[in-house]
Design a protein around this ligand. Sequence first.
Ligand SMILES: [Zn+2]
Length: 572
Amino acid sequence: MRLSFAALIAGLLCSGSAYADTLVDHVRGLTLNAAGNVERFNGIVIDRDGRVLQLLHEDDPRPSRLDFAADGRGAVLLPGLIDAHAHVMGVGLAALTLDLSDTTSLAQAQGKIRAYAAQFPGRPWIIGRGWNQELWQLGRFPTAAELDVAVDDRPVWLERVDGHAGWANSKALAAAGVTAATKDPSGGRIERLPAPRVVSKVAGKAAGKAPAPPVALGAPAGVLVDGAMALVSKIVPPPRPEDRDAALAKAQELFLSRGVTAAADMGTSIEDWQAMRRAGDYGRLTMRVMAYGDGIANTVLIGGPGPTPWLYEDRLRLNGVKLYLDGALGSRGAWLKAPYADAATTGLPFLTETQLKNLISRAAMDHFQVAVHAIGDAANATLLSAIEDVAQTYQGDRRWRIEHAQIVDPADIARFGQNGIIASMQPIHQTSDRTMAEARLGPNRLNGAYAWASMLRAGARLAFGSDAPVEVSDPFAGIAAAITREGADGQPAGGWQPQEKLTRTQALAAYTTGAAYAGQAEAKLGQLKPGWRADFVLVDVDPTTDSPDRIRRTKVLQTWVAGKPVWELGKK
Ligand SMILES: [Zn+2]
């Protein structure tokens, strides 16, 4: 397939007045309809507003008056993929900051941090993310002293790969005033060095009981978990508006390069929103974003009395609010019904059930859609109860979203279907987390883990995403994982908990029609159908017929949004 991107752009820019229709012909096109069935076509006609006008089959006459025609040369044409859970600004900022996700040992990470700091001598703080002590086979968290070895002349703050823990050096801990006297904040934990032994002055006397030594907390070890992260993150200088603009541009390029034409932004701050508005104002919003405000305050600041209208020809909308009920499994912040198999804790909720219901009610009152992060089975059960309760008052089409729904008690899965709840899940989490989840949960609690097929059987609406930048936003890797439950290495052969595999069309639907429904955009996006937005990708693989391995290695050739090419392989 050899389309010239420059020629395409030139053709489209020249197209002006009356008949601004575009034809992309000679493709192996497919889309899923609302019932989940595959419809195939060979050509697509796009109107001047960037909407689908017509799908053409082999024998259909081609329109005679066209402003532009492109020959797809047999490439597969799919609806643009939708990432139902991503952190758009996070993807861009992560791409522009120190990335430790490819490090496989502490020493390698230290070397990379040292080199990065040397590359940017003027930066007052060194910021990064992506480390994972599990990949380093450290068996514990790294320490501030181990970070000082790499950089000790200025503060360093590095978020863990899941965003649920941060690693600070001594300068950063000092700047934040975190000492042995600092108590663990609620919903958080300061990793500590062993407390110094207080030697009793009466020790050694034979008679009488020694007075109990005063309880001493250990000095901070360097890693702060969940709610404790704010101790440092709140003093990190925020990105400037121009940093956010650059990050958004980078993020869009990364999403489009993977065939993603729309994403739900899970936790939009007012600063993020303003960057998206600037991009829209200047015509630089190339993908579509369905935003969920980061907590009630940001949501109300952005939306005021309710969700915003669709802006910039359906490129941006504030749908609702993102709330967090618990943390992540890797850092043992996920809230479980029974203690972890590998630690004497159940994890913690961030909110009481009353607080949770109050926040959900506050959002629902103004018709903001509610999306709540729940990973552990206790968090999911509590959230289901809260939704069941609040839904009595706030009725109608609410599209309650549970983000991740990773570990769910099998007894609770039916409750997703009973309430029309959207299970917003990330297939790649299953393949990346498999061994970690086994360690955290033990062998007997894996039945409701990443239980995609059970969710569908129970009548839940399934939407798939990546949680980028936690994982790369790559829907094709996600589809391959969803239909095999095997990692890129083919392990475990036959799939992990294989009863939860999806069919190809179920997996594709979760990235198209399902994700569009979750984002309240099913009448605009997710299908190629007259009247729907002409967002599509040209790829070299048919996910409904090719092997999972081929799907995993899908090459995105071109990405089109609103009937215009916005990304092409090999072009910047
Ligand atoms: Zn997330």
